[in-house]
Design a protein around this ligand. Sequence first.
Ligand code: PSV
Ligand code: MN
Length: 424
Amino acid sequence: MQIEREEIEAHNDRLITSHRKSYNALSSGIPDVQSVIDKLMNFQIAIPSWALGTGGTRFGRFAGGGEPRSLEEKIEDVGLLHAINRSSGAISLHIPWDIPTNVKAVRKLANHHGLRFDAVNSNTFQDQPQQKLSYKFGSLHHVKKAVRQQAIRHNIEVIRHGQALGSTALTIWLSDGSCFPGQLNFREAFQRTLESLREIYAALPRNWKMYIEYKAFEPNFYSMSVGDWGQSYLFASKLGPKAFTLVDLGHHLPHANIEQIVSLLLMEKKLAGFHFNDSKYGDDDLTVGSINPYQLFLIFNELVEGMDANKMDHARDLSWMIDASHNVKDPLEDLMQSVEAIKIAYAQALLVDRKTLTKAQDANDVVKAQEVLQQAYRTDVRPLIAESRILSGGAVQPVTLYRDLKVRENLIKERGSRVQATGL
Ligand code: PSV
Ligand code: MN
């Protein structure tokens, strides 16, 4: 299915008068609103190839129909999203779930939809049918050299796939760890992981980066070999300038101060970027901003402050991706909501009155500092996001257009109701 420009224009024509009213009311109070709009237009959030189908838990999975049956159809789905919101201009592949068979055709298709290839992700957390050695007891940290070598080879193969597509980063998430006390010598596990990562690092092409993603628990429940930002940062600093720490919002212990982690990683120039999602209990992989939007805003507040302090390009210098699971929602609708939530938090952070905040901090004026942050957070910035979308050729209201055009119904007609996309 393809969405035509005229369909978006007809939708926008219907809603433009009320949009204009709210946009004018809001924008008149924002100094240099044009620079905010420009930043919002440039800001793109990558979509993971594994999140276009219905997700599930270990208890079950309830398919919604019309799921993409191939990498090509996944690219088409991201193309649909991007046509509607003009903010999802990249796709991140997980290997071996999405190995491109015809690289030239896949690149052409992505290009047709205005998409680039974001970081490629390796997978040593599952055993594949033809695989010789098992990852049951880990991969890069494994006690047996042969297993580590197999996992290293896989990561290098993923780099080659990414190179062919024009990606420039490898994301490594390891499920390595232990389930019971005594199972593992922590120090030796760290050293083995480092040694393995060094071999992969050495195979990175010149302009490539390595992102090391940490996670507090699951699937291992006693220790994880890259369990927190400290461990990831240790690896990244020992490896060298091409290695960075990747923050997945769901990978912390409860109540972690993620915004402080982000601020310090940025200060050390070791922040790779994000896997966005939201959670109430653990790695729930819920829609971004659906549980704790204030935390998301506070993270973006640190991001904007830290990126500006480092003179970084907001859109390009960090990696922005969603990593969520859609168990009860239409994945495409869910992704539209996540993209919107990210852009809202970003726009609010751009509105923070930095001068007044710094003055309040320097004077220990706690009340004023809080007022400044909450003034930005409590601003309904949605008209700014809609305006930036309209100017980029997208829809005033993405979900409304998606439903009016009966996108899911059309995908079910094309692909069937009993198809299952690759992924978790
Ligand atoms: C692990 O929980 C993770 O966040 C990693 O990024 C994986 O690549 C992804 O989820 C798999 O769904
Ligand atoms: Mn992740």
